[in-house]
Design a protein around this ligand. Structure first.
Ligand code: GSH
Length: 203
């Protein structure tokens, strides 16, 4: 049985969703940050960075959410990674882009708007983060203009990982009204059984 450390509402969420997509049996162990469980000796043996997510599969342990998703897919539903060298390259491209490029400004805004109390918020951080989003979202939107999914005309890890990051736009109330292709793609993805099961976990 696999064990995922973290909560569906954190960056571990993309791993919960991936586990749901594969259908593999797993259990979740939440880590209480306020009690310092992420820095406790036992958890540091699982992830020496003291962060969630981490995944344990038998005697194998892995941390870093994109790497965890690659592992889960490779082990339990390899087609999620693409069926050809080219597809696998593009799945990797979108997954890395979503975290390295798109998530960075979104997380900056998210920290200010969700974690920092209103009187202490730095409006300039939010503004600068929001300024970075239109060209990134435009790249994604244009790429989806003639496609049902990002790679291979079927749902892959590229869609899961990238749409997971795009969902942060909702949390920071960044308007996606002009990104019609992204909106239609998100509607299609929301119809995935695994997406519904993952959303139910977040309630
Ligand atoms: N790049 C890591 C980021 C993990 C991360 O920052 N996790 C946060 C929760 S969303 C955490 O555990 N923070 C605790 C800390 O930084 O002390 C991943 O994607 O797995």
């Amino acid at each position: 049985m696999l064990t995922i450390y973290g909560s569906p509402q954190s960056s571990a969420g993309r791993c919960f969703w991936c586990l749901e997509e594969t259908g593999v049996e797993y259990r979740a162990k939440s880590i209480d940050f306020s009690a310092g469980e992420h820095k406790a000796v036992d958890f540091l043996k699982v992830n020496p960075n003291g962060k969630v997510p981490a995944l344990v599969d038998g005697d194998f342990t892995i941390w870093e959410s994109l790497a965890i998703n690659n592992y889960i897919a490779e082990a339990y539903k390899p087609e999620l990674l693409g069926n050809t060298v080219q597809e696998r390259g593009l799945v990797s491209q979108w997954s890395i882009w979503s975290v390295a490029d798109l998530q960075a400004p979104l997380i900056q805004a998210f920290i200010q708007l969700v974690f920092v109390p209103e009187p202490k918020r730095d409006a300039s951080i939010i503004e600068k983060s929001f300024e970075k989003l239109p060209p990134l979202l435009s790249t994604l939107n244009n790429s989806l203009a003639d496609k049902t999914y990002l790679v291979a005309e079927r749902f892959t890890l590229a869609d899961l990982n990238t749409s997971f990051v795009v969902a942060i736009c909702d949390a920071v109330k960044f308007d996606l009204a002009e990104c019609t292709h992204i909106q239609q793609w998100r509607e299609r993805i929301a119809e995935q059984d695994s997406a519904k099961r993952y959303m139910a976990l977040c309630k």
